[in-house]
Design a protein around this ligand. Sequence first.
Ligand code: ATP
Length: 313
Amino acid sequence: QSKVLTIGEVLVEIVATERGNGFREPVKLIGPFPSGAPAIFIDQVGKLGQAAAIISRVGDDDFGHVNLDRLKSDGVDVSGIDVDPLGTTGSAFVRYREDGGRNFVFNIRHSACGSIEIKGPAAALVETCTHMHVMGSSLYAPSVVEAILKATRRIKAKGGTVSFDPNLRAEILNSPGMREALAIVLGETDLFLPSGEELFLFSPADSEKEAVANLLKGGVKAVVLKRGAAGASYFDATREVSLPGFKVTEVDPTGAGDCFGATFVTFWLAGADPETALRYANAAGAKAVTRSGPMEGASTRAELDALIAEQRT
Ligand code: ATP
């Protein structure tokens, strides 16, 4: 049976209840919500009943336990989350602006997940996994980059597969070694899941078609392009499938890409055809934006079936 692994930040999100610009003035907050792009991704994989695991590090504090409890209850193997008695779990303060954008204050780099190592239970866990999912946003610290590259190469060497969501924020793209690490990951990637302009990040081109062709020529087996509310497209050497997004009311966009990716990967690993995988992934992305809180948007298979049935034309 396949088992999906991801590695990276586990943190809590604390959200301002009123829109506005940042945190220079006192504002009411709500939280903690379990969060971190890899954590949201793997929670959605677990919720679909697919074997799933995450390697990370948290402090032995309430913020860490909020995440451990949620992931465990959604079926994720958390044996690779090191609970550091001397560490602190990362946090992010988030405030939505009137224009729909977001301001963040992050406390990740100096928190427990600022260093992640593949040893002990985490090393044993890698041996049980058959698929690695890499989040570009997780390549934020040298030890984490090293852990991700080590697990990615090991799983690939065992005959496993790799998916890669660049999930990049401009502020981390230029951190030291980031572009090199991203290029190494891309070289191991079977399934590439960019969003919008991220398609051109590693393959500058005048058109989508040309960018996709370059990626496929470089060894990527399939590209899944996320297009926000407009839906998504799938490309491989012989097929191209595009499906529109589901019509929903957006409440909180956080986690849409992670839930979409998790669902696509789960269906792809189960051997679903691209159209089916894309339809379920679109449904998961749409469900994610209808709920506030980063990880609150993950759906069960029954919830995805219900949305698909409701909007079937
Ligand atoms: P994130 O904000 O999590 O980083 P992303 O940029 O990786 O997301 P998006 O393209 O914003 O990815 O969203 C991923 C998928 O979620 C889309 O391809 C689509 O299927 C679904 N989705 C996102 N926003 C909406 C929306 N407003 N309505 C319906 N579906 C949506």
